[in-house]
Design a protein around this ligand. Structure first.
Ligand code: SAH
Ligand code: DHB
Ligand code: MG
Length: 229
């Protein structure tokens, strides 16, 4: 009942405020046909990311966790022609699906899909002198969110906007038992809890998080601004 209501309200909002978008629908359909899990952000969330990137006038974007490139397309569309986006994906098969979707969306020229565990590719980017990025979207494995936040800071400038998906997990973040390595969620809640601890202790960032309900259940976005380096 509650989930049905959240899903219907998401539908109400997107029917009114989001233009119909065959390219994005095709990206989701292609990801589904290729057997990728249905865990992309929702259309309303995608539009929010696009708006935030535009408000921030982002010209360089880093994304952690590509999946089929759905969120990547939303973010890439916010870029000017001279902009660029690097998106990190561990699974080479997902990255292939994403690359095809990005081409179909006409944004392939702006985007590099880099394959490998992000904790390997982030130091590579740093060594190459990539960045600083104007906006960083963290959406890969939640266990590694603490490391992703640390690397994001290294790839930031004062003014970088860091956005983290899945920072509520239906309230699972409240459970301190999750910090025990034997807790049965593979370290997801512990990773997100540690992510908050770093945000709380980190003097170089100021942050909040907003819990959301919608077609993907009860979860949330964290938004952090880098204020000093
Ligand atoms: N941002 C996407 C959804 C990402 S789902 C969207 O909204 O459209 C999370 C993605 O992170 C999955 O594709 C998964 O394969 C990837 N991932 C998981 N662990 C990873 C790691 N260690 N390094 C990079 N990517 C990882
Ligand atoms: C799930 C949702 C996500 O947004 C994500 O990035 C990873 C997993 C999930 O619901 O399992
Ligand atoms: Mg997510």
């Amino acid at each position: 009942m509650t989930q049905d209501l959240w899903t219907s309200v998401d539908g109400y909002i997107s029917e009114r405020l989001l233009a119909s978008d065959p390219v994005l629908d095709e990206a989701l359909a292609a990801a589904d046909a290729a057997g990728l899990p249905p865990i992309a952000i929702t259309p309303n969330q995608g539009k929010l990311l696009e708006l935030l990137a535009r408000i921030h006038k982002a010209e360089s974007i880093l994304e952690l966790g590509t999946l089929g490139g759905y969120s990547t397309i939303w973010l890439a569309r916010a870029l000017p022609e001279s902009g660029h986006l690097i998106t990190l994906e561990r699974d080479p098969r997902y990255a292939e699906v994403a690359s095809a979707n990005l081409s179909n969306a006409g944004v392939a020229d702006l985007v590099e899909v880099r394959v490998g565990p992000a904790l390997d590719t982030l130091p590579e980017l740093y060594e190459e002198g990539a960045g600083p990025f104007d906006l960083i979207f963290i959406d890969a494995d939640k266990q590694n969110y603490p490391g992703y936040l640390e690397w994001s800071l290294k790839l930031s400038r004062v003014g970088t906007l860091i956005i983290g998906d899945n920072v509520v997990r239906a309230g699972a973040i409240l459970d301190s038992d999750a910090d025990d390595p034997s807790f049965g969620d593979g370290g997801v809640a512990a990773g997100v809890r540690r992510f908050y601890e770093i945000l709380a202790a980190e003097p170089r960032m100021t942050a909040t998080a907003i819990q959301t309900v919608g077609a993907k259940g009860h979860d949330g976005f964290a938004v952090a601004l880098v204020t000093a380096l």
